[in-house]
Design a binder for this molecule. Structure first.
Ligand code: ASP
Length: 317
């Protein structure tokens, strides 16, 4: 058995690359890194890697993490600038004995010494989004809060599991802001003896429930990944609403050691991608009703429109 599941439609091309590796007995570490790199490299995805939207100072600060479910090793970078593939830096950090999570300048120094490719990650298109957003904020329009982390859980045919995340975090965030994505237990967690999970949405709220660890813990108690995802999301959503009056966006994906998977969300419009030996990479859309989530395959029209919107010409307002 092998399998891979990822947040958002944008993961599809990466998942196709991972499929090639996994069906040829490749390992879950290589498959997930290659899949995430594909998303980081694509300039039209504005929430991950190259082309990611900048912080309020118009700098692209990226967060990424990698975890090995056999050894529980973790590597992560936060608020790193000017490197092409934060995921590869995170994976390398997971091999270090200590200093596994590095931020800002320290992360950049490590990456530079390790020979990782430097790249200006701010594209002209992202600048237009920045200026437009600045203008909207002046006009007091509630602006699109553009975010979406790519998070993946992977199982290879040897039973090894990995999880990885990569994101530019919240658009217009404060310089130095760190979300859930590079934080173990919140944005991601995996244990090859149980399963793994990853989250996307409002980092500040996802962290309050250590949601990825919680899902793995529920799976350990015997829950199916679908049940575990729904329980974790709706419990946290409820707690946040009860204690704070509102809950931010919470969306999760999970897979267990047998390749069974699950998803949950408290928003409309969450999409995800799954690939298994008997299932080509498939994009699904999630809807929620009465504390349960349902999903259906994305139509050809939805998929076409998705790409057209992403790549449509963008004008400065
Ligand atoms: N969770 C990410 C963050 O808060 C953003 C997202 O997944 O949409 O940084």
């Amino acid at each position: 058995m092998w399998g891979i599941i990822a947040t958002w439609r944008m993961a599809k091309e990466g998942i196709e690359k991972a499929e090639d590796i996994l069906k040829n007995q490749g390992n879950a570490g290589d498959a997930i890194e290659i899949a995430i790199k594909e998303v980081e490299d694509f300039p039209y995805y504005k929430s991950v890697g190259f082309g990611g939207l900048p912080n309020e100072e118009m700098e692209v600060e990226l967060d990424a993490a990698y975890m090995n479910g056999d050894t529980l090793s973790v590597g992560a970078v936060a608020a790193i600038k000017d490197f092409a593939n934060p995921i590869s830096i995170a994976r390398k950090l997971s091999h270090e004995k200590v200093n596994n999570i590095l931020v800002g300048e320290g992360a950049e120094k490590y990456a530079s010494q390790a020979g990782f490719e430097r790249k200006n990650m701010l594209t002209d298109r992202a600048k237009i989004h920045y200026y437009n957003r600045q203008k909207e904020m002046l006009e007091d329009i509630v602006p699109y809060d553009g975010h979406d982390t790519v998070g993946m859980v992977c199982l290879d045919s040897f039973g090894k599991m990995t999880v990885a995340t990569s994101t530019s975090g919240l658009f217009m965030k404060k310089k130095g802001r760190v979300g859930d994505s590079p934080i173990i237990g919140s944005g991601f967690y995996v244990d090859s003896q149980i399963g793994g999970a990853s989250a996307t949405g409002l980092g500040e709220d996802l962290m309050k429930g250590c949601i990825s660890y919680e899902i793995v813990r529920l799976m350990e108690e015997g829950m199916h990944p679908q049940q575990a995802c729904e329980k974790a999301v709706f419990h946290l959503d409820h707690q946040l609403k009860q204690r704070r009056g509102h809950a931010g966006d919470l969306s999760v994906i999970a897979m267990n050691k047998n390749g069974q998977w699950g998803v949950a969300t408290n928003i409309e419009g969450f999409s995800f991608v799954v690939c298994l030996p008997h299932q080509k990479p498939t994009v699904y859309l999630v809807t929620q009703q009465d504390g349960h989530c349902h999903y259906h395959e994305a139509s050809k029209q939805w998929l076409d429109e998705y790409m057209q919107t992403r790549m449509a010409p963008l004008k400065r307002k």
